[in-house]
Design a protein around this ligand. Structure first.
Ligand code: GDP
Length: 364
C-alpha cells in the first residue's frame, strides 16, 4: 500500500495525530500483515466498489487497500548533520511515497515552541532546509560517481551529469527538488536517489479547534507561502482527531464532527488529498477466497500493477485478464462474462484503469 511519512518540528502535533491514526486502525482487524513497527500506523481506505464485488462474488474475506503512516520523529534544525535523531530518521523518509508535513498553526502558551514563537512558514523552511541538505549530499555523491566517465566522453554519463548539476544548483538555492522544471532525462538521472524534497507533500496545518473550518492567520500564511508548490494544504486539528479516535460508534462520530461543522475527519481529508496528489487509482482482484483492492499509480502498466501483489507476478508476467466493474454487474459471473466476450486479455503494455478487475497470469 501507500506509505506516507509524517514529518514536522517537535511539538507541532505529530504524535497526537499519529496516535489518532493508530487508534483508528483498530477498526481494520482484517489487516493481513502481522509485523507492524511501533512508528507505523495503518488505516483502511473505504471504497464502495468493494461492497458491490462482495455481493457478486461472496468471498471468504474482503480486504480494502490500506495507507501506512510512518511517524518520522526527530527532525530538528541540524538533522542532516546528525543533530537530534538525525540521519536514521531521514533514511526512513526515503522509503515513503509522500510526505505529510505537520505545521503548527495553533497558539498555546503552555506548549513550548522550539523556535520561541508560532511561525509556520519559518518552521516549514527549517524542515525543508534539512531535507534539501540531505538531497544535496545524495546528488554530490552521484556527481562524484559519474564525473570521470562524463569527462572521458561517455554520452550517458554526460547527460546524467548535466541533470545532476541542474538539481544541485536548485537545491543550493534553497529550493525543493519538486519545484524544479525537469525532463525525463533529469528524472532518470536521480531516480535511484529517491530525493526527499522531490516527494509529493501535503501540509497538514494543525490549527486550533475553532479554526478547523475557516483556517486562521497562521494557516493562511502557510497557504500563501506554498501556493507555487505542487502541494496541498489540509486543515486539521490534531486534538479533534484525538477525540474522534476515542469514539467507536459511527453515529457518535458523526455527531461529534457535526458539532464542529465538519463533514469528515481530518484523517479522511488526508487520505483523499494523498490519493489525488499522488494520482492514485485502485484496481481489484476478485476470487472466492478474497476480494481485494490494490493501489497503483495512474498510467501504470499491467506488470507493475501486478508487482504490488508480489514481485514474482511482475517478473514472470505473461498476461492479464481484465473485467470492467459494470460488466461484472451486468453478467454476474466470470463464466458469463467470458461467454459475452467481456473479458479482455491484455499484454504487458496495458495501462491499468481505475476500477479494473484484474487476473494475472505469470511464470514462476
Ligand atoms: P510532536 O512533538 O510534533 O509529536 O507533538 P505532540 O503531538 O507531542 O504535541 C505536543 C504538545 O502539543 C502536546 O502537549 C499536545 O497535546 C499539544 N497539541 C497538539 N496538537 C494541539 C492542538 O491542536 N492544540 C493545542 N492547544 N495543543 C496541541
Amino acid at each position: 500500500g501507500l506509505r506516507c511519512g509524517i514529518v514536522g518540528l517537535p511539538n507541532v502535533g505529530k504524535s497526537t495525530l499519529f496516535n489518532a491514526i493508530s487508534n483508528a486502525k483498530a477498526e481494520s482487524a482484517n489487516y493481513p500483515f502481522c509485523t507492524i513497527e511501533p512508528n507505523v500506523g495503518v488505516i483502511t481506505v473505504p471504497d464502495e466498489r468493494l461492497q458491490i464485488l462482495e455481493e457478486l462474488v461472496h468471498p471468504e474475506r474482503v480486504l480494502p487497500t490500506v495507507i501506512e503512516f510512518v511517524d518520522i520523529a526527530g527532525l530538528v534544525k541540524g538533522a542532516s548533520k546528525g543533530e537530534g535523531l538525525g540521519n536514521k530518521f531521514l533514511a526512513n523518509i526515503r522509503e515513503v511515497d509522500a510526505i505529510i508535513h505537520v505545521v503548527r498553526c495553533f497558539e498555546d502558551p503552555n506548549i513550548v515552541h522550539v523556535a520561541g514563537k508560532v511561525d509556520p512558514v519559518s518552521d516549514k523552511e527549517i524542515i525543508d532546509t534539512e531535507l534539501q541538505l540531505k538531497d544535496l549530499e545524495s546528488v554530490d555523491k552521484k556527481i562524484l560517481k559519474v564525473i570521470r566517465s562524463a569527462k572521458s566522453g561517455d554520452a550517458k554519463a554526460k547527460k546524467e551529469l548535466a541533470s545532476l548539476e541542474k538539481y544541485k544548483a536548485h537545491l543550493e538555492a534553497g529550493l525543493n527538488a519538486r519545484s524544479l522544471d525537469v525532463t525525463e532525462d533529469d528524472l532518470e538521472a536521480v531516480e535511484d536517489l529517491k530525493l526527499l524534497t522531490a516527494k509529493p507533500v501535503i501540509y497538514a496545518a494543525n490549527v486550533d479547534e475553532d479554526s478547523v473550518n475557516t483556517g486562521n492567520e497562521f494557516s493562511k500564511a502557510l497557504e500563501e507561502n506554498v501556493k507555487n508548490e505542487n502541494a496541498q494544504v489540509v486543515l486539521i486539528s490534531a486534538s479533534i482527531e484525538a477525540q474522534i479516535a476515542e469514539l467507536t460508534d459511527p453515529e457518535e462520530k458523526e455527531m461529534f464532527l457535526a458539532e464542529y461543522g465538519l463533514k469528515e475527519s481530518g484523517l479522511s481529508k488526508l487520505i483523499k488529498a494523498s490519493y489525488s496528489l499522488l494520482n492514485l487509482i485502485t484496481y481489484f482482484t476478485a476470487g472466492v477466497k478474497e476480494v481485494r483492492a490494490w493501489t497503483v499509480g495512474k498510467g501504470w502498466k499491467a506488470p507493475a500493477a501486478a508487482g504490488v501483489i508480489h514481485s514474482d507476478f511482475e517478473k514472470g508476467f505473461i498476461r492479464a485478464e481484465v473485467i470492467k466493474l459494470k460488466d461484472y454487474q451486468e453478467y454476474k459471473t466470470e463464466a458469463k462474462i467470458k461467454e459475452a466476450g467481456k473479458m479482455a486479455v491484455e499484454g504487458k503494455d496495458y495501462v491499468v484503469q481505475d476500477g479494473d478487475i484484474m487476473h494475472f497470469r505469470f511464470n514462476v
